[in-house]
Design a protein around this ligand. Structure first.
Ligand code: 3PG
Length: 214
């Protein structure tokens, strides 16, 4: 595992963030995540100001592991890296983007949900893949079934994960970390509910600890 993968594994959850107003929200949001014990952010390119948000978080909080999500083009990889992103997440398995990330030297987590996706990831020598959309694709049962032919992967499921089902994923050793937007919803961010975000992060960290120790 590379350093980013180790960090994800130790934190256990990775917030998937869409920021419509990065100048206003990126810094208080990063503070709220750090206070909750979750110094990580996958800032998605679903909102126009993603690169600005990545730069603000990266420059102001060196302890944070900040990367870009919903990356669909190699141009966005460049944009994310210029802003300081330490990793790239794509919703699907795009060999062109994986090859490009490996060429320019940034960690890449492609979205995989089929044996064909895993096989492609295997050929690239990846060790950790995103499993997306997790709940809708069969959840932990499918992840376990995929681990039979592909035991070499650790998996980061995202999609439909929340405080209720987090433990079910985390207690399986194949899971590196879970991604989710439940602790950074539009309602929480747009209304500046930073304390609630911190609380949701703290609860998540507790669940991760319990699930791994139990
Ligand atoms: C992602 O891009 O990883 C997902 O959209 C996050 O899924 P969630 O909103 O169901 O947590």
């Amino acid at each position: 595992m590379n350093e980013i993968e180790k960090k994800f594994q130790s934190i256990g959850v990775v917030p998937v963030i869409k920021l419509n107003n990065p100048e206003r929200d990126a810094i208080p949001l990063a503070k709220a995540l750090i206070a909750g014990g979750v110094p990580a952010a996958e800032v998605t390119f679903r909102a126009a100001g993603a690169a600005t948000a990545i730069k603000l978080m990266h420059d102001n909080f060196p302890e944070m592991c900040v990367g870009a999500g919903t990356v669909l083009t190699t141009a966005q990889v460049d944009e994310a890296m210029a802003a300081g992103a330490e990793f790239i997440v794509t919703p699907g398995m795009d060999p062109e983007i994986v090859a490009y990330c490996q060429k320019v030297g940034i960690a890449i987590f492609p979205g995989c949900s089929t044996p064909t996706d895993y096989h492609t990831a295997y050929k690239f020598g990846l060790e950790v893949v995103k499993f997306f959309p997790a709940e809708q694709s069969g959840g932990i049962a499918k992840i376990k079934a995929m681990s039979a032919p592909f035991p070499m992967f650790k998996v980061m499921p995202t999609g439909g994960i929340n405080l209720k089902n987090l433990a079910d994923y985390i207690k399986n050793p194949v899971i590196a970390a879970c991604g989710g937007s439940y602790m950074v919803t539009a309602d929480l961010i747009d209304n500046g509910k930073w304390d609630e975000i911190t609380e949701l992060c703290k609860k998540s960290v507790e669940i991760v600890k319990e699930a791994r120790n139990g």
